[in-house]
Write a protein that binds this ligand. Structure first.
Ligand code: NDP
Ligand code: N5H
Length: 257
C-alpha cells in the first residue's frame, strides 16, 4: 500500500493566512508529496496566498479566484482547473461565513438574510464545489470539509453557524452516498477551537479555549497541523473504506456529557 500523495493533485479552498486551517492541511498534503491548487474568495487574497505557498519547497502550485456564492464562478474555476491539470484527486473545503451580529446573543433573533447567508457560504458551497469537482475526479478521490461540534449540539454564541454546520454535515453525508459509486469519498473533520482569522473577535473565544484546556480528555487545544494530518489520512488510501464520516480532532472534547 502506497500512502504517499505523490502524483496526486488536491484543491485547497480557504487559505486566508498562515493561521488558517486550510494552510495546515496544505502543509500536510505538501509534505506527503501532493501537488496543490489554491482558491481564494477574491483577487486581493491572491498575493498573500502566493507568498505563503512560495515557502513550500518544490511546490508547483496553481492559483484561482473562486467566490463560492457564485455558481458561474465555481463552474468556471473547476473548468479552468480541468483545462490546466486534467485530473484532480481531492478537495479540501475550509470555508465558512456568518454575519458577526448573528454570532452572539440569542439564535431566535437571527434574521432571514443572516440565516440564508451562512447557509449559502458555509453549507451549500460544499454541494456546488463537489458537483463542479466531480467531472475532474476521474480516478476517484476524497473530499474533506471542516465542521464544528456546534452543528451537533448547542454551543453558546455559535448560533446561526451551528445550524449551517448541521446542514453541512447532512450535505456531506448525502454527497458521500451519491459519489460513492464514482469511488469518491466525502468526509468531515470536526476541529476543536483554533485561533484563526475567523475565530478572531468572536465572543468569548478565550473562554472556550480555556474550557478545552481544563476539560478535554487531552487537556490541551488542537493545532492546524493535527487537523492537517487527519486531512492527509482522509485524502490517502489509508482511509479507503471511510466515507460519510465525521472525525473529531478536538482532544476528545466531544465525548464529554
Ligand atoms: P479562516 O478565516 O482562516 O478561513 C475561512 C475562509 O473562508 C477564508 O479563507 C475565507 O476566504 C473563506 N471564505 C469566506 N467566504 C467565502 C466565499 N464567499 N468564497 C470563498 N471563500 C470564502 O478560518 P478557519 O481556518 O478557522 O476556518 C476554516 C474552516 O474551519 C471553516 O469552515 C470553519 O468553520 C472551520 N472550523 C474552524 C474552527 C476554529 O476553531 N477555527 C473549528 C472548527 C471548524 P478569504 O480569506 O479569501 O475571504
Ligand atoms: C462557539 C464559538 C465562538 C463563537 C462563534 C464563532 C463562529 C465562527 C465562524 C464564522 C465562520 C466566523 C465569521 O464568519 C467571522 C466573520 O463574521 C468576520 N470575519 C471575517 O470576515 C474574516 C476577515 C474572514 C476571513 O472570515 C471568514 N470566515 O471569511 C466557536 C469557536 C469555539 C470555534 C470556531 C471559531 C468555529 C468555526 O466554525 O470557525
Amino acid at each position: 500500500m502506497n500512502f504517499s500523495l505523490e502524483g496526486r493533485t488536491y484543491v485547497v479552498m480557504g487559505v486566508a493566512n498562515k493561521r488558517s486551517i486550510a494552510w495546515g492541511i496544505a502543509r500536510s498534503l505538501h509534505e506527503a508529496g501532493a501537488r496543490l491548487i489554491f482558491t481564494y474568495a477574491n483577487e486581493r487574497f491572491e498575493k498573500p496566498v502566493r507568498d505563503l505557498v512560495s515557502t513550500l519547497e518544490g511546490q508547483d502550485a496553481l492559483f484561482y479566484e473562486c467566490d463560492v456564492t457564485n455558481d458561474e464562478a465555481v463552474d468556471a474555476t473547476f473548468q479552468q482547473i480541468g483545462n490546466d491539470v486534467g485530473t484532480i484527486h481531492g478537495l479540501a473545503h475550509c470555508i465558512a461565513f456568518a454575519d458577526k451580529e448573528d454570532l452572539k446573543g440569542e439564535f431566535v433573533d437571527t434574521s432571514r438574510d443572516g440565516y440564508l447567508l451562512s447557509q449559502n457560504i458555509s453549507a451549500y458551497s460544499l454541494v456546488a464545489v463537489t458537483r463542479a469537482a466531480k467531472p475532474l475526479m476521474t480516478e476517484g478521490g476524497s473530499i474533506v470539509t471542516m465542521t464544528y461540534l456546534g452543528g451537533e449540539r448547542v454551543v453558546q454564541n455559535y448560533n446561526v453557524m451551528g445550524v449551517a454546520k448541521a446542514s453541512l454535515d447532512a450535505s456531506m453525508k448525502y454527497l458521500a452516498n451519491d459519489l460513492g459509486k464514482n469511488n469518491i469519498r466525502v468526509n468531515g473533520i470536526s476541529a476543536g477551537p483554533i485561533r484563526t482569522l475567523s475565530a478572531k473577535g468572536v465572543g468569548d473565544f478565550n473562554t472556550v479555549l480555556k474550557q478545552i484546556e481544563e476539560k478535554a480528555p487531552l487537556r490541551r487545544t488542537v493545532t492546524q497541523e493535527e487537523v492537517g494530518d487527519t486531512a492527509y489520512y482522509l485524502m490517502s488510501d489509508l482511509s479507503r473504506g471511510v466515507t460519510g464520516e465525521i472525525i473529531h480532532v478536538d482532544s476528545g472534547f466531544n465525548i464529554l456529557g
